[in-house]
Write a protein that binds this ligand. Structure first.
Ligand code: NAP
Length: 243
């Protein structure tokens, strides 16, 4: 059985991705860091719609925790493997660089970039051995393409994630494993809840923030058989904000 692992799937974009993949008949592992209640809500939504899912709590930035959780999942699932990996977990700690504390720099990079590295490296060998259409989708950002003031940490993490996506895609293409990044603009979620939404949406040609479900539809397409020849790309989904 081919499973999907969606990191940061308890809330926001990750939850929408988990729900979407499950609606297509893929059993989903819902990863999250600490919000048990939100993870259970994602699980309940999938089960209520007739899908299959389970929760898996670990901090993507903690390599030992990543390996322990995935080792124990594999022990419990000898006939299954994770064929779809969506590296979505991410945080924001905005500040002008001259005032940015060390922790805010490191925490953002540890989550988005090092988290991608730890989880993906652990799952790659099986994905490549199976030669069965493995799919990796990395949640980048407009901030990683354009650079946004107040987000040097976040832009650095997401820009590096895009570079790693392009490099890894070339390492895995011959094994049928595609690696792509998705670069959302402003999407409605807890991460953007405290932003000045009315001001910011005026900058968006579409005149609104995107919905998590719109990002999930793109991720699901990149995970599908139809997307087998798309790899090494960073695909924007931003209402026309950046081109
Ligand atoms: P969100 O609503 O704040 O949700 C973040 C999710 O990531 C939660 O499920 C959270 O788990 C999880 N998470 C955070 N740190 C983690 C860690 N160390 N280990 C495991 N899970 C962790 O965020 P979102 O808006 O959906 O964003 C999802 C992704 O899209 C992020 O990578 C973000 O950078 C990117 N993105 C978002 C936007 C936007 O406008 N919203 C735009 C561009 C890119 P808990 O619930 O346990 O805390």
């Amino acid at each position: 059985m081919k499973y999907a692992l969606v990191t940061g799937a308890s809330r926001g974009i990750g939850r929408a991705v988990a729900v979407k993949l499950a609606s297509q008949g893929i059993p989903v592992i819902i990863n999250y860091q600490s919000n048990d209640h939100a993870a259970q809500e994602t699980l309940a939504e999938i089960l209520a719609a007739g899908g299959r899912a389970e929760v898996m709590r670990f901090d993507v930035a903690n390599e030992k925790a990543v390996v322990a959780a995935l080792d124990s999942w594999e022990d419990a699932h000898p006939d299954d493997y994770i064929a779809y990996l969506v590296n979505n977990a991410g945080i924001r700690r905005d500040n002008l660089m001259f005032m940015m504390p060390d922790n805010d720099w490191h925490d953002v990079i540890d989550t988005s970039l090092n988290g991608f590295f730890y989880v993906t490296r652990r799952l790659l060998p099986k994905m490549m051995q199976r030669r069965h259409g493995g799919r990796i989708v990395n949640m980048a950002s407009l901030s990683g393409l354009k650079g946004l003031p107040g987000q040097t940490n976040y832009s650095a993490a997401k820009g590096a994630l895009i570079g790693a996506t392009k490099a890894l895609a070339q390492e895995t293409a011959s094994r049928g494993v595609t690696v792509n990044a998705v670069a959302p603009g402003f999407i409605e979620s807890d991460m953007t809840r405290n932003l000045p939404i009315d001001e910011l949406r005026k900058q968006v040609p579409a005149g609104r923030f995107g919905r998590p479900e719109e990002v999930a539809a793109l991720v699901a397409f990149l995970c599908s058989d139809d997307a087998a020849y798309i790899t090494g790309q960073a695909i924007s989904i931003n209402g026309g904000l950046y081109s």
